[in-house]
Each structure stands twice: as structure tokens, then as C-alpha cells.
Design a protein around this ligand. Structure first.
Ligand SMILES: Cc1cc2nc3c(=O)[nH]c(=O)nc-3n(C[C@H](O)[C@H](O)[C@H](O)COP(=O)(O)OP(=O)(O)OC[C@H]3O[C@@H](n4cnc5c(N)ncnc54)[C@H](O)[C@@H]3O)c2cc1C
Length: 445
């Protein structure tokens, strides 16, 4: 029997609303074997596909994955990690903690590669105190469309175009990352239940002097008044941990996440279930005390396939930032969701302290809100259209690594350094080899 194996493979964004069929490569040496027809669609670098939409997808073209770039060299004297772009945040955390260090900026999951973290210029619970991921990177090595490696330091325009540049300036192969010295990878966590949005905002502002890590979760089960839980954290000292556990705390090399079987066919996140889940979460006892660094930073990593809870159609994460510390805009957003009867399964609010260094970095000082909507929710596209318009009018923007719906005009109006970025794109990639489904949708190439 003749077996035929197609060279094309399926790739999906984390939200499972976008999928592509393309050629997947692990290194540049395989590029000459790709047909001209496929190469005419260019290539996009990819990591672990934790971006929600189509930024790591390249339908009909090539996808170059970083999973072979696994070097980790911790230089304890300089407090620096020199790493391959395919190393995940979780792997770096493990390697660094053995030497008394941790990365200063980590996202909500440890399954993100360092290349992906830089290309999206990610932020974490420490954004208001420590800025973005790229603020802690001193140098990158970027491979261009001819396979030539270039080193760029943080003061160069190429670095600024690549931080948050969604893989469209080249393939990051290596990064120099500044680490922070940490006594023990344990966090002292404080949770505060709040009854309204105003109370939530003032509570977030109040705790940030004492706690470098802050985040809030909003309950959308009831009247959409913004009640929820504020979570704040700071590193615990060795003494605090010893007093409690009478031993030294250690990371597990491999946390074993649970995989829920038979998920993916049915959408468990129906409106009723979302309300029940939100209400239970709001009423659960608030905790104050010690928690492992990983559990605090990556709470969802204990279930490997939670994105399948939304069934075949997947879900959309809509994350925006608004440059104001007043509550009016956020109240208006909640009102729009209530009017359209739209529920978000998980709604997360954070304060951003400073802007990103990249031309297309997402953060600007203000509030950022992330919401998870089951795809196909009635009136969702209408509501998002209204939100996009209001965001533009108020100087806000949508996060590109979560996006799958923005249009060209909205993008132009949201990212005010887009022209500077485009100039660098033309300089660094004149033939527009680096392209993705997202870049074609937003005319970024
Ligand atoms: C559960 C969960 C929680 C999250 N929490 C946060 C959070 O707290 N804060 C936050 O900011 N983000 C968060 N994210 C988003 C995530 O951090 C980003 O989408 C990140 O870019 C994903 O990394 P990845 O390795 O999976 O890259 P991919 O999803 O594979 O790619 C993302 C982008 O990076 C580019 N890219 C990847 N590798 C390279 C490379 N080697 N060279 C050049 N470009 C490259 C791709 O072209 C693409 O544009 C979260 C995502 C999930 C699923």
C-alpha cells in the first residue's frame, strides 16, 4: 500500500478560532527544499502557539519553529541568562532558581517560549513595578530571511522593532535576559474580596506600594458592577518559609499538569455555566499566606488542555488597555456587555505602570482588561466593534498577541508608532519574507 504523507501540517492559535495549513520547519537548512509556490507566502517564526489568534499562523506558507533552540547558560556573576529562543519561561524559571535567580517578568503561563515572549513583548503581574519582558533583555540575535544572524542591543531601532513586532522582523534565535536575585521561589499572597469596580481599582492602587505583583479578577455572574477579588503578592523570605514548613522549598523539575479527557467536542462554557463558575469563584474563601511562585504566576498551568472547555468553536480573548486611571471607561465596558447579555468566563484586570519600549509594544500606563468569550456568542462581534471604536476615541488599544478580529483602520488608530515600525520593517525585511495570517489581515507586510 502506498502511503502519502502531506508536507502540510495544521497549526492553531490557543483560542482555537484560527487554524492554518502550512509547512512546518525546525530549522533554516530545510528552507531550500520548500517549493517556490509555498515560499511566495513567506515564513513566520513560532514558539508554543500560546498566542490566541493568528499571529503565529501562516496559511499556505512556512512556519519556522524554535523548539530546537534550547541553550540555557546562567551567568551568576552578571545575573544574566543567555538562552535559545525555544526555551520556555517555565524552563528558564527552573534553571534560574537553582542559582538563586528568577526572571523579572513572567506571563500567566510557563508554556511560552522566550522568542514568543519577546516578539509579543509580554507583561506579567509585575508590569506596574517592573515593566515588560523586553525591558529585561539586553541583546537579541535575529536571523534574517537569508539565514544571516545579526546581534542587536536594546538601544537599537532593530531591537525596538522586534520587541512586540510579532515575528515580522526575523527569527529570534538567542536572547540575553537580566534576572533578579530571589531568596526563595515562594510568594506571600494576599487576596481581598471587593464589592464594586471602584473599590477594586482603589484596592489595586493601594496594595501596589507593598506588593510588586498585583492582578484582579472580575465576577461577571451578577449585575456587572465589577465585584471580584484582588490578588497581591511579594516574594517571601527564607525565614518566613522555614517557619511555616520547617524546610527549604524546592521547585519540581516537571510539574505534571492534568489533562481532562474527552474535552473539545462540547462547549462546557455555556452562559449558565459561566455564571455558576463566576459566582462560585467570587464566594470562595479568600486566602492570605504562602504559595509557590509557579502556582501564583501560572495558575492555569495545572490543567494542560483547559482551552478545550470551549468546545469545537473555541473562544476569543479580547484584551485592551485604556490610558486612564478613572473607572468611567471600564464601567461603560461592563454596561455594554450587560446590555448585549455577553458573559466572559474569565475577566482579568491589571494596572499598567509604564509603556513598552517596542514600537508595537502593547502596554501604555492605565488599566488593561482581558475577557474570554466563547466564539459564536450572540452579539459578540457587534459589541467588539463598539468597544474598538470607543477604545480608539479614548486612546486605547487591543493586544496583538490575543487578537484575531482587528481591521487595518483600527490598528492604525490604536498603535501610534506604527509608521516608525513599518519603516524598520521595510529596512529589515524589504522582500517581506516574514509574514503571517495576522500581518496580511492588518497589512503589516
Ligand atoms: C494561559 C495563557 C496565559 C497568558 N498570559 C499572558 C500574560 O500574562 N501576559 C502576556 O503578555 N501574555 C500572556 N499570554 C500570551 C502569550 O504570552 C503570548 O502569546 C506569547 O507570545 C506566546 O508565546 P509562544 O512561544 O507560544 O509563541 P507563539 O504563540 O508561537 O507566537 C506568538 C508570536 O511570537 C512570534 N514568535 C514566536 N517565536 C519567535 C521567534 N523565535 N522569533 C521571532 N518571533 C517569534 C510569532 O511569530 C508570533 O507572532 C498568555 C497566553 C496563555 C495561553
Amino acid at each position: 500500500m502506498i502511503s502519502f504523507r502531506s508536507p502540510f501540517t495544521h497549526q492553531m492559535g490557543w483560542g482555537r478560532t484560527n487554524c492554518s495549513l502550512g509547512i512546518s520547519l525546525d530549522n533554516f537548512e530545510e528552507l531550500p527544499g520548500v517549493t517556490q509556490e509555498v515560499l511566495s507566502r513567506g515564513a513566520i517564526p513560532s514558539g508554543r502557539f500560546r498566542s490566541y489568534g493568528d499571529s503565529a499562523l501562516n496559511s499556505g506558507g512556512v512556519n519556522i519553529n524554535s523548539n530546537k533552540f534550547k541553550k540555557i547558560d546562567i551567568q551568576t556573576d552578571k545575573g544574566i541568562a543567555i538562552c535559545g529562543s525555544g526555551v520556555t519561561i517555565g524552563e528558564l524559571e527552573f534553571a534560574a532558581h537553582l542559582h538563586g535567580f528568577l526572571p523579572a517578568v513572567v506571563p500567566g503561563t510557563g508554556y511560552v517560549t522566550l522568542g514568543g515572549a519577546f516578539a509579543s513583548d509580554i507583561h506579567g503581574k509585575s508590569q506596574q513595578s517592573k515593566g515588560n519582558f523586553s525591558d529585561h533583555v539586553t541583546q537579541i540575535t535575529l536571523i534574517d530571511s537569508h539565514g544571516i544572524a545579526h546581534e542587536y542591543t536594546s538601544d537599537s531601532a532593530e531591537f525596538k522593532a522586534t520587541a512586540g513586532g510579532m515575528g515580522l522582523t526575523g527569527f529570534i534565535s538567542e536572547l540575553h535576559i537580566l534576572l533578579e536575585a530571589v531568596e526563595i521561589p515562594v510568594i506571600y499572597q494576599k487576596e481581598i474580596r471587593v464589592k464594586s469596580l471602584k473599590e477594586m481599582l482603589s484596592s489595586l492602587v493601594k496594595v501596589e506600594n507593598e506588593f510588586p505583583f498585583t492582578v484582579a479578577w472580575i465576577d461577571l455572574s451578577g449585575k456587572y458592577h465589577g465585584r471580584g477579588v484582588v490578588t497581591a503578592g511579594r516574594y517571601a523570605s527564607k525565614d518566613e518559609v522555614r517557619k511555616k514548613y520547617n524546610l527549604d522549598y524546592r521547585f519540581q523539575k516537571h510539574d505534571k499538569p492534568i489533562t481532562i479527557p474527552f474535552l473539545g467536542r462540547v462547549n462546557v462554557m455555556k452562559k449558565f455555566m459561566i455564571r455558576v463558575f463566576n459566582s462560585l469563584w467570587y464566594h470562595k474563601p479568600v486566602k492570605c499566606g504562602l504559595i509557590s511562585f509557579r502556582k501564583f504566576m501560572h495558575p492555569l498551568d495545572s490543567i494542560s488542555n483547559w482551552n478545550l472547555l470551549y468546545g469545537k468553536s473555541g473562544f476569543i480573548q479580547y484584551q485592551f488597555v485604556i490610558p486612564s486611571l478613572e473607572s468611567d471607561f471600564l464601567e461603560e465596558v461592563l454596561l455594554i456587555l450587560r446590555e448585549f447579555e455577553i458573559s466572559s468566563a474569565v475577566t482579568v484586570l491589571k494596572k499598567f505602570g509604564r509603556g513598552g519600549s517596542g514600537y508595537l509594544s502593547f502596554p501604555i500606563p492605565g488599566w488593561t482588561l482581558a475577557m474570554d468569550f466563547p466564539a459564536g456568542t450572540k452579539n459578540l462581534s457587534k459589541a467588539i466593534e463598539i468597544l474598538d471604536r470607543k477604545l480608539i476615541a479614548n486612546g486605547g488599544r487591543v493586544y496583538l498577541t490575543k487578537d484575531s478580529l482587528l481591521n487595518i483602520d483600527a490598528m492604525k488608530n490604536m498603535y501610534n508608532e506604527l509608521e516608525e515600525w513599518k519603516q524598520m520593517k521595510r529596512k529589515m525585511d524589504p522582500a517581506c519574507f516574514w509574514q503571517s495570517d495576522q500581518s496580511r489581515r492588518l497589512e503589516l507586510c
